[in-house]
Design a protein around this ligand. Structure first.
Ligand SMILES: NC(=O)c1ccc[n+]([C@@H]2O[C@H](COP(=O)([O-])OP(=O)(O)OC[C@H]3O[C@@H](n4cnc5c(N)ncnc54)[C@H](O)[C@@H]3O)[C@@H](O)[C@H]2O)c1
Length: 325
């Protein structure tokens, strides 16, 4: 089993970092939050597989990358040697850490399977999967095209499911072979998925779906030594700098919680959702039954309405949807 600090162990002697010996995959780690997570894991001694397809803000061509200019790069192909994943690997190595780049699309079976294989073939093990890659296609619902719906559901929901599925199959096989597993998955949801967000119907639905996937994966995989949690981050990245111009918190502020959740030190924590922004960490408390009434037989519609209004008067009002003025 990987050598990891226990909770409360603050020792930081060389060779005894929180994730020494662990192998960690971070998807979408060429920029923003994923990059910060990859650097933070490497700083704690992990070997990191840095995945990034190197796409633009909407999942299309990234015109900020030199290698793409005027060439119409194949978006299903690798991120490329001068792509963002390799640049983060170079940063980790320059700081004395170990990392390898993977440029595949995590929302494809090939991309997800080859990502898990990259960890196993390069470093011989896999301990932590951080699902983070994604993009936005914001529109009000009446203007939301089917393509924009599909692309956002695909990259977030399928892009979480496929790496999780391939990693989970590996960990189950390890557990069945009698090898100890202390695996961790950290998924990335959003305040939009928790509360809703005006202009983000596709994204809010996808990020809410990731919470459901997290709960199921946690329940199914616990018996194999796999813990699955989710974070709802907030940080200034290219994704948020235009829409949330006032958001000053840095991606690096979110990563410490992700590293801890991805370490053996988080033993016993699974199926939970945390918000993280700046110096604040919040445990999100999910749906639970509120006021209830049971008349023991079927209501008429009119009676159901009276009962529902009475229950609503007793219930906690919901938190506002993001973007409602
Ligand atoms: N920034 C925030 O405040 C915030 C808030 C809530 C949730 N999130 C979530 O955090 C995650 C990271 O967001 P960010 O702000 O760092 O964005 P970002 O655009 O800076 O980084 C996302 C990265 O994912 C990569 N990517 C996109 N599709 C991919 C694919 N199919 N395969 C591999 N890589 C792919 C992109 O190339 C990009 O480098 C996203 O899931 C986002 O929805 C961010």
């Amino acid at each position: 089993m990987a050598d990891c600090a226990v909770p409360g162990d603050d020792s930081r002697t060389p060779g005894r970092n929180m994730c020494e010996g662990r192998v960690v995959i971070v998807t979408g780690a060429g920029r923003g939050l994923g990059r910060a997570h990859a650097l933070a894991f490497a700083a704690e001694g992990a070997k990191v597989v840095v995945n990034d397809l190197g796409v633009g803000l909407d999942g299309g061509l990234d015109r900020s990358l030199d290698g793409n200019r005027g060439r119409g790069r194949d978006l299903n192909g690798p991120g490329g040697p001068s792509g963002p994943a390799q640049l983060v690997v170079d940063e980790i190595r320059a700081a004395g850490g170990e990392a390898v780049a993977h440029g595949g699309d995590i929302a494809t079976t090939d991309g997800a399977a080859s990502l898990v294989a990259a960890a196993l073939e390069t470093y011989g093990r896999l301990d932590t999967l951080v699902n983070n890659a994604g993009f936005l296609r914001d529109r009000m619902l009446v203007n939301l095209d089917e393509d924009d719906w599909d692309a956002v559901m695909r990259v977030h929901v399928k892009g979480h499911f496929l790496p999780l599925r391939h990693a989970a199959a590996h960990w189950r096989a390890e557990a069945k072979a009698g090898r100890p597993v202390a695996a961790r998955v950290v998924n990335t949801t959003s305040g939009a998925g928790l509360l809703g967000s005006v202009g983000q119907g596709n994204y809010a639905a996808a990020k809410a779906g990731i919470i459901g996937l997290t709960l199921v994966a946690s329940a199914e995989m616990g018996r194999y030594g796999v813990q699955v949690n989710a974070i709802a981050p907030a940080a200034r990245t290219r994704m948020t700098e235009a829409t949330f111009a006032g958001l000053a918190a840095l991606p690096e502020d979110v990563s410490p919680l992700v590293v801890w959740l991805g370490s053996a030190g988080s033993a016993g924590v699974t199926g939970r959702v945390f918000e993280a922004e700046g110096g604040r960490i919040t445990v999100m408390e999910g749906w639970r039954p509120g006021p209830t009434a049971d008349r023991g037989t079927r209501w008429t519609p009119a009676e159901a309405g009276v009962a529902a209004l009475k229950l609503l008067a007793e219930a906690e009002p919901p938190l506002p949807v993001y973007g409602v003025r």
